[in-house]
Design a protein around this ligand. Structure first.
Ligand SMILES: *Cc1c(COP(=O)(O)O)cnc(C)c1O
Length: 676
């Protein structure tokens, strides 16, 4: 839907764009808009070197990569790890806290090698460690977490092999702590450790009674899947003492859920946990580490509230509360202040990656009636509809809307009976949508909107068609309604004149984004720019680094997205380079994964073409071209290819760089009439 040129548009500026897309609130200092009106990134935060996202797009094109493309800013990852460590160290120093901080990164949040390597490298000075929740993850962690000072935590249900792997790590002198998630794991661990003749380091995970709000709270409370209840903890202590292993109990752990939105939940959980730790210590168990699990949240919508895509606290407040609470209770209970561990995954990884996609069209609802042919005389029902449009005002809005809806129904019945022509039906519909647009405009200035017209703005919004799959790239939006920030990468100095939603290219009506971040209210549409014939329009979906990568699925066989890793250039603060280019899936890769044999498919199609050549229906030369074409598409990217990408491909790898703004075949202004 087109926006009226209102006062807001008149004074549009990049400052206005920052505010409208709420970039400063969700961006945590890493994202902004530069003087060209482009989205930009400060990978180390501000002040610091900045990278123009449109330059990244150009660079991606230069590498002959197609969009959509995942972009990882490895320096953001570094910055997040170091910020977390420094914040803990600062609080510990300020509060004179006796323990130290040892962070671990739970690799399930994003297991990609480059992510894990970057985190370990960035956290090396602070002995940052890793957490594994399965054998697969532990296999990886054993090879990577080689610092004897850094902690490795083993969570999740464990079998004998899992325990043996952990004890293998003990043989290598690593600080591997096996967390007991259910009671029967304890005798198993003790047996395997004895067999392998190593001293196990043991942790206990408690089911706390504290339960927060949010989408992921089922990780805590009496009915949680993991952890020991209070009676089970007592029993575990008995088992340890009986087997003479009580001196091996080194860690106390709980995990109250991911994305804890309310700081009060964190305080309560740490409070309850600290009491349990203190009592256990006084029972003679030499616990050295207090592990507060994950849960440190990310403000995806930038509202600073307890809404499920937000958090009502900052990283500093989180850390201060953890340190303060543990300290206070330890002093009351007169027990030593333990070392602190957090298993923060989301807060470290979310910011570093985003996906860039191109918008290749927008579907607009309801054409202007003026655009329709004028030659026919208006029939009665058209004339009546016109009168309603003229008559509409703020006072009669509701009754006129009802009349117009009835009139439209009437026209449809007449059409079905054969007494109304196609042109007249089209005019009635066009007038109806015109009326609806006027209603939305009037409503936009009102405090209270009449209920039956409240849905019209969403209904009238454009659908911007974006070349990506929501199921692959942002599955949590589909599964949990989690919000991810979205903003255009260019033209941010121009007023966005249309209201739209974003739809992906899967053949699934759920493949759409129609909820957007806003500091105040939940928005169903987003203001975007009018597409220009021949110009590309790029949109970024941000904060995708936690959980999205690994949970993405193959809906409609779109598969993994191309990926580049961006690094700041240390020599030149305005420059950057793409170190790693990881091609996404091609069609053959995906088919192969589903047990098809691409060569067999090719053979089958080739055979069919050969037969047509033999029977004289296809000329041999054309037949060869068709076979080549089939094969070429099979080897190509699963997503849509734009004109510019196609042209670049046919320059045969020649090192020509092509402009980011060229012939994308825009299907803008394709008017579709949606029936209400
Ligand atoms: C998933 C998980 C984490 C990571 O939580 P975040 O909220 O992403 O930091 C930490 N610990 C355990 C036990 C988990 O299951």
């Amino acid at each position: 839907m087109i926006m009226e040129m209102d006062k807001k548009n008149g004074e549009w500026s990049t400052a206005k764009a920052l505010e409208y897309y709420n970039i400063e609130n969700w961006g945590s200092g890493y994202f902004g808009i530069n003087e060209k009106g482009h989205m930009c990134v400060w990978p180390y935060g501000q002040p610091g070197p900045s990278i123009d996202m449109m330059d990244v797009v150009d660079e991606i094109h230069d590498k002959k990569l197609s969009l959509p493309c995942v972009v990882r800013f490895q320096d953001i990852l570094r910055s997040r790890v170091q910020t977390l460590i420094k914040t803990f160290e600062k609080q510990i120093a300020e509060k004179n806290y006796a323990g130290k901080y040892f962070g671990v990164y739970p690799i399930k949040v994003n297991q990609m090698r480059e992510v894990v390597e970057e985190i370990l490298d960035a956290g090396a000075d602070g002995h940052f460690g890793l957490e594994a929740g399965s054998k697969g993850e532990l296999i990886c962690v054993l090879a990577y977490n080689t610092d004897p000072e850094a902690i490795t935590i083993c969570n999740g249900y464990k079998d004998e092999e899992f325990m043996r792997l952990a004890m293998l790590g003990r043989k290598l002198g690593r600080k591997i702590i096996v967390v007991i998630e259910k009671l029967s794991e304890l005798p198993l661990l003790i047996r395997i450790a004895d067999e392998m003749q190593v001293e196990p380091l043991i942790g206990l995970r408690a089911k706390l009674s504290t339960q927060g709000a949010g989408k992921w709270v089922s990780s805590s409370g009496d009915f949680a899947k993991f952890g020991l209840t209070t009676p089970e903890i007592i029993q575990a202590v008995q088992i340890l003492k009986e087997k003479g292993k009580d001196q091996g109990l080194k860690l106390f752990h709980f995990h109250a859920g991911s994305q804890l939105t309310d700081i009060r939940t964190i305080k309560e959980a740490v409070n309850e946990g600290s009491r349990i730790y203190s009592k256990l210590f006084k029972m003679g168990l030499p616990i050295e580490y207090f592990d507060v699990g994950g849960g440190l949240g990310v403000d995806y919508e930038g509202s600073n509230t307890t809404s499920h895509s937000s958090v009502n606290y900052t990283l500093e407040e989180y850390v201060a509360d953890v340190v303060n609470t543990v300290r206070q209770i330890c002093r009351q209970e007169k027990v030593p202040e333990p070392n602190l561990i957090s298993e923060s995954g989301r807060a470290i990884t979310a910011h570093h990656s985003c996906i860039i996609m191109s918008v290749f069209g927008n579907i607009q609802i309801g054409m202007e009636e003026a655009e329709l042919a004028k030659q026919t005389e208006d029939s009665k029902v058209v004339a009546e509809m016109k009168e309603l449009v003229v008559k509409l005002n703020i006072k009669n809005l509701q009754s006129v809307f009802h009349d117009a809806t009835a009139k439209k129904e009437e026209a449809l019945s007449m059409f079905k009976l054969g007494i109304l022509g196609l042109e007249d039906r089209a005019k009635v519909e066009a007038l109806y949508w015109k009326l609806c647009r006027q209603i939305v405009h009037i409503n936009s200035r009102r405090k209270r909107i009449p209920k039956d017209t409240a849905h019209l703005d969403g209904l009238l919004a454009d659908q911007y068609l974006a070349n990506f799959s929501l199921f692959q790239s942002a599955p949590d939006h589909w599964a949990f309604d989690q919000l991810f920030p979205i903003a255009p990468l260019q033209r941010l100095d121009e007023p966005p004149s249309r209201e739209g939603t974003i739809v992906d290219i899967t053949c699934d009506s759920d493949g759409k984004i129609d909820q957007f971040v806003d500091p105040a209210v939940r928005r169903n549409t987003l203001r975007l720019h009018e597409l220009k014939e021949g110009d590309s329009y790029y949109v970024g979906l941000f904060l995708l680094g936690a959980y999205q990568d690994i949970m993405g699925d193959m809906h409609n066989l779109f598969g993994r997205v191309n990926e580049v890793h961006v690094f700041c250039d240390d020599e030149d603060p305005e420059d950057f380079y793409l170190e790693e280019v990881i091609p996404g899936d091609n069609i053959a890769d995906i088919l192969h994964r589903l047990q098809y044999y691409p060569a067999e498919l090719l053979k089958s199609v080739k055979k069919a073409i050969d037969e047509k050549i033999k029977s004289g229906n296809i000329k041999p030369k054309e037949g060869m071209t068709l076979v080549d074409f089939y094969e070429q598409v099979m080897k190509s990217y699963t997503y849509l290819m734009t004109e510019e990408e196609r042209n670049a491909l046919h320059t045969n790898g020649a090192a020509t760089s092509y402009s980011a703004v060229s012939a994308l075949p825009l299907e803008s202004s394709v008017p579709l009439t949606k029936t209400a």
